[in-house]
Ligand binder design. Structure first.
Ligand code: PEP
Length: 244
């Protein structure tokens, strides 16, 4: 089974109910017969987006708690996302790792919770610019994969997104060779650890735009993209989906 292609959007802390009109525009102008499309809006919009999309695109959360319920003010349980209509959840995004000091072990625990709730975990890994400059990229990615992806991961319940921290929201992207090197490493590591490791969808994320999407999608073991800024407007996200 070849990995399924996925175009995923991360709206981060952007959007209100009025923004859901972008879903209608996206579906009207850019039907996506060849790939799955996922949008992860802020938690306030998960229920409304899922209702609006009616299964035509998938809806995801941007984080979940590792526990199922309890005294965790401001947090959201995986089952609550599922209940609101989500099918996926982004975990371990670099902004969570930086802003909330999330560790690999915490990301793995959240992924277990997501799986138990029936959500697909989109687990993010990526090196900082200092780590790349120090020649540590492959070691960093290997360690993050080993620590953030739980033993129960399968190609059906887990997607991996390679997002170099220095490429997120900066307009800078790695070279094609650099992306290819990391994606080949991730494929090898997953295949060595999981029976269906060859089938996990591997996304690239970091300043993907309509103008560079096709080139990035042609790189071996790139099965789609996790897109931040360019997922907010149908006029940008639509051409990215079409390129996949
Ligand atoms: C992201 O935050 O996941 C991301 C890839 O952002 P951008 O596309 O804006 O670089």
């Amino acid at each position: 089974m070849a990995p399924r292609k996925l175009a995923a959007g991360n709206w981060k802390m952007n959007g209100t109910l009025a923004s859901l009109a972008e879903i209608d525009r996206l579906l009207a102008d850019h039907p996506a017969p060849g790939c799955d499309v996922l949008i992860c809006p802020p938690a306030t919009l998960v229920h409304a987006m899922a209702a609006r999309a009616q299964g035509r695109i998938a809806t995801g959360g941007q984080d979940c708690h590792a526990r199922t319920s309890g005294a965790h003010t401001g947090d959201i349980a995986a089952a609550q996302l599922k209940d609101a209509g989500a099918s996926h959840v982004i975990l371990g995004h670099s902004e969570r790792r930086t802003d909330h000091a999330e560790t690999d072990a915490q990301v793995a625990a959240k992924a277990v919770a997501a799986h138990q709730a029936g959500l697909v975990a989109v687990i993010c890994v990526g090196e900082t610019e200092a780590q790349r400059d120090a020649g540590q990229t492959l070691d960093v990615i290997s360690a993050q994969l080993a620590g953030s992806v739980p033993d129960g991961a399968t190609a059906a319940n887990t997607v991996i997104a390679y997002e170099p921290v220095w490429a997120i929201g900066t307009g800078r992207t790695p070279t094609n060779d650099q992306i290819a090197e990391v994606h080949a490493l991730m494929r090898d590591r997953l295949a060595a650890r999981f029976a269906d490791g060859a089938d996990f969808a591997l996304l690239y994320g970091g300043s993907v735009k309509p103008g560079n999407a096709a080139e990035i999608f042609a790189i071996p073991h790139v099965n789609g993209a996790l897109v931040g800024g360019a997922s907010l407007k149908a006029e940008d996200f639509g051409p990215i989906i079409a390129a996949l």
